[in-house]
Design a protein around this ligand. Structure first.
Ligand SMILES: [Zn+2]
Length: 653
């Protein structure tokens, strides 16, 4: 295909994909389908027809900020705060708005991106064939519309589908060259991901080489020169429970769900830690294959081939002829999934024949020949007793619902995230209300909806506090984001969270400093910023009357040793808004030292109206400049240098 023709076809397919999303969006926005899909997990999105262009532009910006925030939590930190259903709805709303108001969506649509799971601590590797996500559906109607569209485009009267359970883990691409496992890479941003080969090799069920002989067929297996096999890394429920029991007995907080545990484990830097947690892998797809004719000609044939190669694959795929059978197969997966030992949040419907798949093609983010169906999450009703506020290290206040304890998905729930103040207002959630709580996709609980019928006559609209509960400073809300912040740099709770973040294993990594120690040091006034850690003496670390011992020595040694670690870890550790490990590494490469970074100017980041440092976008660049514009932060850098902190830049990057 000529490049221009390719672009045209691509654009047409992409528009089609968006239209499907929009149809789904409006279908879901109607009360009836919302109830049947259990998708009232999020507030009703704004109807594009009722918005003015300036409102739409504002909402698009807000949605992008929100989505970027949740992407960071979901893909990079593996700690999502909203349900998958709520996240999907944000994305759908954004796609609908970007299409309805192209002028407002001036700098391109973010809703077409697949997210980015790259953690910044691994080498990245480019996929030979782009790694896609799946379009999602929530109702029978949407699934049937998918089938109708395919039949129309392909000119067929009935199509064959393969229906598989949707594994809820971390997508992975494993490359075999002449049958040997050579590389395992996460989806990343779809084009390139983290090279986690060493960690993936610890998975016991994963053969290091494809089986050449096929005992079942009594023949030799075909062996491509190179094949990228696509699948999912997950953790079984039984292993999840085993690990959490161990953690609880060690006095550590349990993991919130298997998906996050699997993702967090795969991104561990030490393969020995990975090997201790029994990750599992399942294969269900194929990326690049050379020579091309070695690729199995149907999804069924691919699954058979994977099994013949000795790889774990989908155990009981269902083959369905036509939409009725396809819908029955999806429902059957829904009924059975309670018995699976692996986490699943839906079913995947794939057109069986590869030749037909190729006729339909793909968008930048998803194939047009497959669709995921997400099951409605389990939901229970309980009373909202109060709303408390958690203060993060950047001063953002997150409201938390304190609930009458209730059993949900096998565990007792007493708290649920409420997202932010605007969400509480928009959904008119009131203290004393009876609310529905969900754990969509087995993740942390969220307040899905309010049971208005049970609202007491005295229930008053929730009023977000005007002052910080920790330091009583007046709260501020920025225009760009829904979150309220405590603007006081010296807010004790913010200091605690900042110091914890700085000392955590992902950043500077001072062993032996946990939240309890940090709380004490901040409360006693010994630590007001991260530089103060380097002023601590043995007597500061002791409870009154106690003797200095090995643990204080160890902690002081750990603090001393941290003076010489990599520069990017310090930069990451400062907790500058929007600056994660990827941007921190880029900044470390560019500036080479703490003092140099602190002296950075506008022109270091922007030239001719463009960002000048690869890996540091406009948002992070402005955040860095704003951060070092504060004299307090300049002083911390000066103190760090004066106290002997000499980060290295010899990490070879
Ligand atoms: Zn405060």
């Amino acid at each position: 295909m000529a490049p221009r023709e390719y672009v045209r076809v691509y654009l047409r397919l992409r528009l089609l994909g968006c239209l499907i999303l929009i149809c789904g969006f409006f279908a879901e926005a109607s009360p009836l389908s919302a109830a049947s899909a259990g998708s009232a997990a999020t507030p009703a999105p704004a109807d594009p027809h009722t918005l003015s262009p300036s409102d739409a532009s504002e909402r698009i910006d807000a949605l992008r900020t929100e989505i970027a925030y949740h992407d960071e939590l979901y893909f990079k930190k593996s700690t999502p705060v909203i349900s998958d259903a709520a996240y999907d709805q944000l994305k759908r709303e954004l796609v609908a708005l970007e299409l309805a108001f192209p002028a407002a969506a001036r700098d391109g649509a973010v809703a077409t991106e697949v997210g980015d799971d790259r953690a910044g601590s691994f080498a990245t590797y480019r996929h030979r064939m782009r790694m896609l996500s799946l379009n999602k559906s929530y109702t029978e109607k949407e699934l049937r519309a998918f089938d109708a569209r395919l039949m129309k485009q392909l000119g067929r009267r009935e199509l064959d589908y393969v229906v598989e359970p949707k594994f809820d883990g971390l997508a992975i691409s494993v490359t075999f060259e002449k049958g040997k496992l050579i590389r395992a890479v996460t989806r990343g941003n779809g084009a390139e991901g983290d090279d986690v080969t060493a960690n993936v090799r610890t998975i016991s069920a994963l053969a290091q080489a494809l089986r050449a002989a096929n005992p079942a067929a009594g023949a030799e297996n075909s062996m491509p020169d190179l094949v990228e096999l696509r699948g999912e890394i997950y953790i079984s429920y039984s292993e999840f429970e085993r690990i959490n029991r161990e953690r609880e007995s060690a006095g550590e907080p349990p993991f919130s769900n298997p998906r996050n545990l699997a993702a967090g484990t795969l991104k561990q830097l030490d393969p020995a830690v990975v090997a201790q947690r029994k990750l599992k892998i399942v294969f269900y797809g194929c990326g690049a294959c050379e020579p091309a004719q070695a690729r199995p000609e149907s999804q069924q044939a691919l699954l058979r081939q994977l099994r013949a190669w000795g790889l774990p694959t989908v155990e009981s795929p269902r083959v369905a002829h036509g939409a009725d059978a396809m819908w029955r197969a999806v429902q059957a997966v829904g009924r059975e999934r309670g018995k699976y030992d692996f986490p699943t949040d839906g079913a995947v419907v794939k057109l069986d024949e590869v030749a037909l798949q190729n006729q339909l093609g793909v968008t930048l983010q998803a194939p047009l020949w497959a669709i995921a169906y997400k099951f409605s999450p389990e939901r229970v009703e309980t009373q909202l007793r109060s709303i408390t506020l958690q203060i993060g290290r950047t001063g953002v206040l997150t409201p938390v619902a304190e609930l009458a304890p209730v059993k949900l998905g096998g565990s007792m729930i007493a708290r649920a995230s409420l997202f932010n103040a605007d969400e509480i207002m928009r959904r008119d959630i009131r203290v004393g209300d009876f609310v529905y709580v969900e754990k969509a996709g087995e993740i942390i609980p969220v307040v899905a909806a309010v049971n208005r019928a049970r609202r007491g006559p005295d229930a008053k609209p929730y009023v977000f506090p005007a002052v910080c509960p920790s330091c009583q400073s007046a709260l501020a809300q920025s225009v760009a984001e829904a979150a309220w912040r405590c603007p006081n740099m010296n807010c004790p709770t913010q200091i605690k969270r900042r110091v914890e973040h700085f000392a955590s294993a992902g950043c500077v990594g001072i062993r032996g400093i946990g939240p309890a120690t940090v709380d004490k040091l901040v409360e006693r006034g010994l630590v007001k910023n991260v530089a103060d850690l380097y002023r601590l003496r043995a007597e500061d670390l002791l409870s009154p009357g106690a003797q200095a011992g090995k643990s204080t020595d160890r902690l002081l040694t750990a603090i001393e040793q941290s003076k010489r670690i990599e520069l990017w870890r310090f930069i990451d550790g400062f907790g500058i808004p929007q600056v994660g490990p990827v941007a921190a590494r880029a900044l470390a490469r560019r500036f080479g030292g703490l003092a140099e970074l602190a002296r950075s100017r506008q022109e270091d980041f922007f030239q001719d109206g463009r960002t000048a440092i690869s890996g540091v976008g406009e948002g992070p660049a402005r955040a860095v400049l704003a951060y070092f514009a504060q004299t307090g932060n300049q002083e911390v850098i000066r103190d760090l240098v004066a106290l002997g902190v000499r980060p290295t830049t010899s990490d070879g990057l």
